[in-house]
Design a protein around this ligand. Structure first.
Ligand code: CDP
Ligand code: MG
Length: 848
């Protein structure tokens, strides 16, 4: 066949493969070499044949030809010197010993549950074993494997690693796909993706046609998407008898998963890890010589941010009491005499109070007295990591700075940074990695010998009663603590320093609460709705551990309020659009409204800002200066969101003039976060373009971008029902949310600087409970805007809001405004409906 034609055929085939399941009825692994080769050699294709593209048997032959090519490529790599070297490494992994057993089990069972120590080769090896054995049996092109990861970064790094192991560039037979990004080609047969991506695919491709194997990795984390996936896959397995599902995890509650799938077989991969000596707080204090009494002087240390935050929330006099408590905790018998409540509060205090200094003391001890080997420090989140990093840089207590390699590992790090973590430095150099709990299981750093575990992780918990997400560092589970400890024994015996007493460890929960039970379910419910599987509550009751009915009810109410569901819980036109966009429904709505009202650009910045960290820095010692700098951007419009838009635009200008660095420095802005916002903007605009909501050049979407009142109104339309009423008293001002709850503004909100605010309402993106309920960024809006755009499109204002509006009810008595409201609502809905029916429709002309 001429090469060009062959390419064309292959292109068409790929499309076909994406839609049709070619290998139904075939059992997992037939390795009849001779037969498949014979068929391939016979695979001469008559390009003039009228049924060229339609004849299934021709298709089959072309696939066999491709399979043969794949086998040749694989064999020649395996026989090359680099390939051999790689193979030797792979053979040294514990998973290799189980290879045959695993392949057989996968061929014979529809579902299996695999557990094994982190680093034993589950993620990189098992999907590869299947692919290789299929390729070897001449069926490579017929197999299509998906392996999900809970995090983007692990999907990307694992795909990178596996393609290197196969001696191929990424995107050849191995690829990845994460939200808004991916490398995969028409010959990709093993795809690593986030669990969210697979869920989204399931929306449009219910049967996963063409997919032969699905791996769901890291299920022990019990992420919301994984739990959701399991419900959907369990149902799919009854329809796709040939589909194989493999569940994988490190520390495992295998019984639970196996039972969920009707007693699926469990396989454990015994690992080799070296013994790790464990030191709890009592030993740590002794080893490091860290004096509890020095804890009394902690706040002289100036830099100890954690302590400072705590200090604001607790009276100073408590400090001595805490010291006594810590001492008692170390002396277990008296600790047990305390009431549960005291114990709990003590448990909150220990690592936070001693946090940074103690970590530093342990690091000093390791650098000065211990053998060589890398150190992994588990901390709660990016903020603490960057704080400690700066502190360590400023006070080189660890000895010669040239002999310390300080790295960080967290969810939003760049790929280049990631590579450094895996590199083994010169033996004279001490590698120290400050990490979030990402390094617990998803990422394996081989040369770690020392682990410092602060015992906490930041997790979102969800208070269904108050319908408020809380983001607090909370204690990890015993399973996590064991997992953290295990990271030290990968290459040689290791040491683990837990910064909490043994008795606190004993009080940890055995496993962490599944995410489904601790986060708001808004996005999830919208997706369930678009799956058309009936009642949300009923669907979720099939979960491994179903969420509380109240949490489900809150999510449904929320979706009704933003106009994504109608009164009978059916998707509205807006809801249909929102379920297609891979973004939070609230942000999705703001973006759609921004595009419809021709002010897309500033809204894009607002949404990107809401999805990233705050670019406005707030250094402890320069709070006032930083606050003033920020308020310069708000030009009396009482809006953090508008301030962000201006700061971003100023930064773009400064960048063009080559003065971005100075600009950021002068205005207390984080260049890194602005950069992140910049790339999020691109990603969001790509999504919206993909959905046909904005044009390629976005010209007509920006006709009204300069209209500040309009932008403010669109911000309101997206943030509703996040509203608080501004209550002015004689000298003070307070804020109340719909449920009458009092909320506070974050210290660096521009609105926190005013004595009075000339707007009756503030709309806000999120409220977070950190002891008290705080709202982060806010924008002042008027009654009319709230009424016109708050719950617009298909629902209108909620009864609760009307009550809050009180005297303004007259507003609706004004026939022209009421008419305007109803008309706006109706027109928007009609427009979206038209667009849904005809995706090529130009809404910007229509919507004039
Ligand atoms: O999934 P599991 O934790 O069982 O292990 P894995 O991710 O498959 O990793 C197996 C081994 O591959 C690790 O122990 C590392 O030695 C190596 N690896 C690597 O060198 N670079 C990566 N990006 C990932 C894994
Ligand atoms: Mg893994």
């Amino acid at each position: 066949i001429p090469l060009s034609l062959q390419r064309r055929v292959e292109g068409l085939l790929q499309e076909y493969l994406d839609r049709v399941q070619l290998n139904s009825g075939r059992d997992g692994h037939s390795s009849n070499d001779a037969k498949s080769t014979a068929v391939v050699e016979d695979a001469s294709v008559d390009e003039n044949h009228p049924d060229y593209f339609l004849d299934g048997s021709v298709m089959e032959k072309v696939l066999q030809r491709r399979s043969l090519q794949m086998r040749n490529t694989q064999r020649s790599w395996q026989e090359s010197p680099e390939g051999r070297k790689m193979m030797d490494f792979r053979k040294s992994l514990p998973a290799f010993k189980e290879k045959e057993r695993l392949l057989q089990a996968i061929a014979r069972n529809q579902v299996i549950v695999i557990s094994g120590e982190t680093g034993c080769g589950k993620t990189t090896q098992l999907p590869q074993y299947i692919l290789e054995s299929e390729i070897e049996s001449g069926r490579g092109a017929f197999c299509s494997i998906i392996c999900t990861q809970p995090r983007r970064i692990s999907a990307m790094s694992v795909a990178d690693r596996v393609s290197a192991e196969k001696g191929e560039p990424l995107g050849e037979s191995v690829g990845y796909k994460v939200r808004l990004e991916g490398v995969k080609g028409k010959n990709t047969h093993l795809l690593f993706c986030t669990s969210g991506i697979l869920l989204r695919r399931l929306l449009s491709d219910r049967n996963l046609d063409g997919i032969t194997h699905v791996f769901v990795d890291e299920i022990h984390e019990r992420g919301m998407n994984e739990d959701f996936l399991l419900i959907v896959l369990k149902d799919l397995l009854t329809r796709r008898r040939d589909l194989r599902l493999i569940l994988m995890s490190a520390t495992l509650n295998a019984e639970l998963f196996s039972n969920y799938f009707g007693g699926a077989p469990k396989i454990h991969i015994p690992g080799f890890t070296y013994p790790v000596r464990e030191h709890f707080l009592e030993d740590v204090l002794e080893i490091t010589g860290y004096k509890l009494s020095s804890f009394n002087q902690i706040d002289d240390y100036g830099q100890d941010k954690m302590w400072k935050t705590q200090k604001q929330l607790a009276p100073r006099k408590k400090k001595n009491q805490i010291t006594t408590l810590v001492e008692d905790a170390l002396n277990q018998s008296s600790f047990e005499n305390y009431s549960a409540r005291t114990r709990e509060s003590l448990a909150c205090w220990i690592p936070d109070c001693m946090g940074f200094n103690l970590i530093e003391a342990v690091l000093c001890h390791i650098c000065r007295k211990e053998r060589s080997g890398a150190v992994l420090v588990f901390m709660t989140g990016w903020e603490d990591i960057s704080c400690l990093r700066d502190q360590l840089k400023a006070h080189p207590l660890l000895g010669d700075p040239n002999r310390v390699l300080l790295l960080t590992c967290h969810g939003s790090m760049a790929t280049s940074e990631q590579k450094l973590i895996f590199d083994k430095p010169h033996p004279n150099i001490r590698k120290i990695v400050l990490a979030t709990n990402m390094a617990e299981a998803s990422i394996t750093i081989n040369d770690i010998v020392f682990v410092i575990d602060c015992g906490k992780a930041k997790e979102t918990t969800y208070d269904a009663l108050n319908n408020t997400p809380c983001l607090l560092p909370s204690w990890i589970s015993q399973a996590s603590a064991r997992q953290r400890r295990g990271r030290a024994g990968r290459v040689q015996p290791g040491e683990c320093y837990h910064l909490y007493p043994n008795c606190v460890y004993e009080a940890f929960a055995e496993y962490q609460l599944p995410e489904l039970l601790r986060t708001p379910l808004n996005s999830l419910c919208l997706q369930i709705k678009s799956l058309e599987v009936g009642s949300i509550g009923e669907f979720l009751s099939a979960a491994l551990q179903p969420p509380e009915p109240l949490a489900v009810q809150n999510a449904i109410e929320f979706l009704k309020m933003i106009g994504a569901l109608d009164e009978r819980e059916n998707l509205t036109n807006l809801g249909k659009y929102l379920s297609m966009l891979p973004v939070d429904p609230k942000l999705g709505k703001m973006l759609i409204m921004g595009a419809l009202f021709h002010c897309f650009d500033p809204i894009l910045t607002v949404v990107s800002g809401l999805s990233s960290r705050d670019p406005f820095l707030l250094p402890q010692d320069k709070k006032d200066l930083a606050g003033t700098a920020k308020s310069r951007f708000s030009a009396k419009d009482y809006s953090d969101h508008m301030a962000l838009v201006r700061a971003y635009e100023g930064w773009k200008d400064a960048e063009r003039e080559g003065s971005a660095y100075e600009y950021c420095w002068r205005n207390f802005l984080s260049a890194q976060t602005l950069q992140a916002i910049h790339s999020l903007r691109k990603q969001f605009s790509y999504i919206l373009r993909d959905a046909g909501i904005v044009d390629a050049d976005a010209g007509s979407n920006n006709r009204l971008s300069h209209n500040q009142s309009l932008v403010r109104a669109i911000i309101c339309s997206g943030l509703y029902p996040g509203i608080a009423s501004v209550v002015h008293r004689e000298t003070s001002m307070s804020f109340k949310t719909m449920d009458d709850g009092q909320v506070l503004l974050y210290a660096n909100s521009v609105n926190a600087r005013y004595q009075t605010i000339p707007y009756p309402w503030l709309v806000f993106g999120e409220k977070v409970k950190v002891n008290t309920v705080f709202i982060r960024d806010s924008t002042g809006v008027s009654d009319s805007i709230l009424i016109l755009l708050g719950g617009a499109i298909s629902c209108g204002l909620q009864a609760g809001h009307l009550k809050m509006l009180g005297g303004y009810i007259d507003f609706f008595m004004d026939p022209s405004l009421a008419e305007c409201y109803l008309k706006l609502k109706e027109e928007l809905d009609k427009l979206l409906e038209k667009k849904l029916q005809d995706p090529t429709l130009d809404i910007h002309n229509e919507g004039k």
